[in-house]
Design a protein around this ligand. Structure first.
Ligand code: 5GP
Length: 182
């Protein structure tokens, strides 16, 4: 599957992403203006570019931690079974936490991760996703902040991969296979 030929059509430009992040950060700063120290949790690996741009726009005292949940592997379909591959380094009890995700698709990953983190009793737990595909939802989940709603398409770039490739594209692009599936 991963070696089927494809092209990438630009969907969201680097400029549009940067402008949206600025606007989102104004809202996040106002939500957490009273925080002692915000723990910004990036979900590896797809959110690494987003979290890097996001934290540099957050004029707040922050700490950064990472969590890795199982994802699509080399396929374009969700496994629906979420496993934690790498847990947080630090405890979050009593802390203000912002979970940063690249895409909400079926909803399984963020609903599993937020249930897990909520069981650790943070003071506040909020979520932000750069992209949301509401038409693909299988379990109810809504992030507190969303960058862009997109249609049902498989996307890459800005940290998001297809079989570990294309993470370094500065924009979000849609994968278009150039040969029919066999
Ligand atoms: P969910 O559990 O909501 O179905 O999926 C969330 C995860 O699936 C995302 O963090 C991302 O890793 C992966 N995912 C969902 N849609 C896409 C997509 O269009 N492209 C890529 N590369 N990964 C996706």
């Amino acid at each position: 599957m991963a070696d089927k030929p494809y092209v990438i059509d630009e969907m969201i430009s680097a400029k549009a992403i940067a402008a949206r992040i600025e606007a989102l950060c104004r809202e996040i700063v106002s939500e957490f203006s009273d925080t002692e120290k915000l723990v910004v949790v990036g979900l590896l690996r797809g959110s690494f570019v987003f979290i890097a741009d996001l934290v540099r726009e957050l004029d707040l005292p922050i700490e950064v931690d990472f969590l890795e949940a199982s994802s699509y592997g080399n396929s374009t379909e969700s496994s629906r079974e979420v496993r934690i591959l790498k847990d947080l380094r630090n405890a979050i009890e009593g802390r203000d936490v912002l979970v940063v995700e690249d895409i909400v698709d079926t909803g399984y990953t963020l609903s599993h991760v937020t249930n897990l983190l909520r069981s650790r009793k943070p003071a506040r737990l909020k979520t932000i996703a750069l992209l949301d595909k509401p038409s693909r939802r299988e379990v109810e989940f809504r992030a507190d902040w969303i960058g862009f709603e997109i249609p049902d398409a498989f996307v890459v770039g800005y940290g998001i991969d297809y079989a570990q490739r294309n993470r370094n594209l500065p924009f979000i692009g849609k994968v278009r296979f150039t040969e029919p599936a066999s």
